[in-house]
Design a protein around this ligand. Structure first.
Ligand code: F6R
Length: 364
């Protein structure tokens, strides 16, 4: 049932404040600002190494999870696309943690990676949305996302719920390893509790995104840029746009711009910059200035301070409230989803069932 929405994807985008709130509530003790994980059959305090693996959108969630885990818990995290991991025969020291992120829990390459990790003595944790799935069954422990059934082929609410689980896991590991103090934990949990409200703020920008979508629908190529945890979001924004609107899009780490893609910039090229005013904002701002100097059309997703300090003329600027850096991926994800959705609607594509794609990829 789509409710009063035209597509399941729209419904699922709008459900996010609720389902992310629900997922976070499952892993947080909100009364005491603490993380509360289910009992796990391995000791997270003694982890020395984490290997993560997933496909598509779930891989991008994992990439953001890597930034959090390394920052909060100071544990090295390696992340691979599952189709690469399963064949590259990575050496895995026994006793490491291997994390597999999957909405469906049936993705063939992710499952094969899981089996490889289990055979090589890893503790296997599945972050899945379907608790009866094969990946859920074969994992040694699962941390479910509570997104509810996701019908639209393009993943939206499962992605932000995966972020919720990964953030809670990173804080829990940091706390167990002593890299986060109790005060750090309280501050981070306080930030996570605010995420659903900020996603609701992002949804309020929908009318303005709809206007931008009418312009973007005329473009052939779109570049997305981001730095830090906004880099995986740039990848996700580009993936969402190409899969449902069929417009060619690429996501790049902002710092990679001058290593190649800058050659693409001219007056016709839309460049979507995801840049909350965080510790790397100034660096991204200088990349924006490089785009502006070549006449590129900048579409900026930022906050009030970022809008003020960007130092460039933009085609459109979308301003979200200030928020703690840890939760920017939740709110900014909503903007890239809405942009892809409305562009596809303008193009008249089959939004919920894009051509050539399947919801669950059970063959290689
Ligand atoms: C993109 C999308 C795909 C999936 C990928 C993994 O919108 O839906 O990229 O994220 O096929 O699927 P799961 O999460 O089911 O393993």
């Amino acid at each position: 049932d789509k409710g009063n929405h035209r597509h399941f994807m729209a419904k699922e985008i709008h459900e996010q404040p609720e389902v992310v709130g629900h997922t976070l509530a499952h892993y947080l003790d909100m009364a005491n600002d603490r993380v509360r994980l289910p009992a796990l059959p391995f000791d997270i305090a003694s982890l020395k190494h984490v290997a993560m693996s997933a496909c598509g959108t779930a891989f991008y969630a994992g990439l953001i999870g890597k930034y959090w885990m390394e920052r909060f818990a100071r544990v090295p995290v390696e992340i691979d696309i599952a189709s690469e991991f399963r064949y590259r025969e990575a050496p895995l020291a026994p006793g490491g943690l291997a994390v597999f992120v999957s909405q469906s829990g049936e993705t063939a390459d992710t499952l094969a990676s899981l089996r490889y990790a289990a055979q090589h003595g890893q503790h296997v944790l599945g972050i899945v949305n379907v608790p009866t799935s094969t990946i859920a069954r074969e994992s040694h422990a699962i941390m479910p996302t509570l997104a509810g059934p996701e019908i639209g082929v393009a993943s939206t609410k499962a992605f932000t719920c995966q972020l919720g689980v990964l953030a809670c896991l990173a804080v829990a590991v940091g706390r167990a390893r002593g890299t986060l103090s109790e005060a750090d934990e309280q501050r981070l949990v306080g930030a996570l509790v605010a995420a659903p409200g900020l996603m609701a703020e992002a949804l309020k920008l929908e009318p303005k995104i709809e206007v931008l979508a009418r312009t973007l629908a005329k473009d052939k190529d779109v570049l997305y840029l981001g730095r830090g945890t906004s880099y995986p979001l740039a990848l996700e924004g580009a993936l969402k746009l190409k899969e449902i609107s069929y417009i060619h899009a690429e996501g790049y780490a902002a710092g990679e711009l001058k290593h190649g893609p800058i050659a693409l910039i001219d007056e016709t090229m839309p460049v979507i910059v995801i840049a909350p005013h965080d510790r790397v904002f100034e660096k991204t701002a200088s990349n924006m200035q490089e785009v502006a100097a070549r006449g590129g059309r900048i579409i900026l997703f930022t906050d009030a301070r970022g809008a003020e300090e960007a130092g460039v003329k933009t085609e459109a600027t979308f301003v979200l409230p200030d928020m703690p850096a840890t939760i920017t991926p939740f709110a900014y994800a909503v903007l890239v989803q809405l942009l892809a959705y409305h562009t596809a609607v303008v193009m008249g594509t089959d939004v919920d069932q894009p051509r050539n794609l399947a919801k669950s990829v059970t063959v290689e």
